[in-house]
Design a protein around this ligand. Sequence first.
Ligand code: FAD
Ligand code: PHB
Length: 390
Amino acid sequence: MRTQVGIVGAGPAGLLLSHLLHIAGIRSVVLEIQSRHYVEQRIRAGVLEQGTVDLLVNCGVGARLEKEGLVHRGIELRFGGRAHRIDLSALTGGRAITVYAQQEVVKDLIQARLAAGGQVLFEVADVSVHGFAGGAPLVRFRSQGVTEELACDFIAGCDGYHGVCRQAMPAGALTLHEKDYPFGWLGILSESPPPSHELIYAHHERGFALFSMRTPSLSRLYFQCAPGENPAAWSDARIWSELRTRLGNGTTLQEGPILQKGVTGMRSFVAEPMQCGRLFLAGDAAHIVPPTGAKGLNLAVADVRTLAKALAACYADGRTDLLDRYSETCLRRVWKVQRFSWWMTSMLHRLPDEGPLRQRLQLAELDYLAGSRAASTALAENYVGLPFDD
Ligand code: FAD
Ligand code: PHB
């Protein structure tokens, strides 16, 4: 088999890259270890930045997003018995975020790739990448029991944090920056109307809670828990009681059947550079942010936007300068988004062994945020998404 760009991973990064390359007239093959059903049902992110929405719409995969996505012009912060709204749109010249589930983005992209005759191979096994340090990159994998080789000009490692591409880079080629937080999130999807029409980020002495949604009748709720917490140890009644306590302020939380329940760890991680020879990393394969800023999916989109442009310039005009600067261009955004995600996380979570001092400082920071237009603007412009670098 031969193609121009071999893409490992059919998450948002790999699928969007394949779609953008197709628009630029560049052929690609996407290899995915999971089934199509699995990736289309995997529950993850839900908040799309304005720039992510604009990109998806402009490249022709935004029809359902525009119809079904929920546009949010503000978020609420709850702390110290108060509620404060950050007016995202008023503070950013009219920008907004859109709530639209990651698996819906994935469905739209798969549909677009297959409709255009694109090759997305699901349920492949034993994927390995070779030859990227020289001029003959190759992806080896098994499909339906048969070992295959995909020769290509470039490999895009879009295979997430646990993928094989980053691991295939030689020792010493990468510097890894990593921090694990001493807490996690227990998340539920519930068949119940969300407690508010906007997201609520709640600081509470028992720990952080987040009230989000997927549709007007489907709530997505999270609360801070121990990092290795067993979700089965939390009965539905106990989950609702914890959420009610942390929401506070007399808002009624409508309880409904819990359709899904899971625990997520919290990590800040960056691998740099994001390139080794003809192998380029994008999305979670190169970096992880704690979910408090709602940035992981958006950062993956920004990476592949940059990579697709650089590959298009290379194929169309023989220019390699954009490819050479890929890592540098992406990392400028990655580090800013890491900072924002770390800051939101630090301001809103309780540390297991913290004294009252840290909590008082957090409350002072939230109070300052609520009272200062400058501080609110800094939050808002990061939350709706910084402008693309190039
Ligand atoms: P992935 O989605 O992980 O895709 C990688 C793909 O590669 C997967 O399909 C995987 O099966 C496949 N793969 C792995 N190994 C191999 C292999 N060896 N060969 C072939 N394929 C392989 N982000 C936001 O922007 N907003 C949010 O609101 C938000 N909320 C989140 C909430 C939770 C609970 C979690 C867990 C994450 C959240 N994120 C959020 C983060 C976001 O989901 C990720 O950043 C996003 O999935 C990254 O996309 P990706 O394509 O880089 O990686
Ligand atoms: C979600 O709806 O899944 C969500 C929203 C905001 C976040 C993280 C996750 O910060």
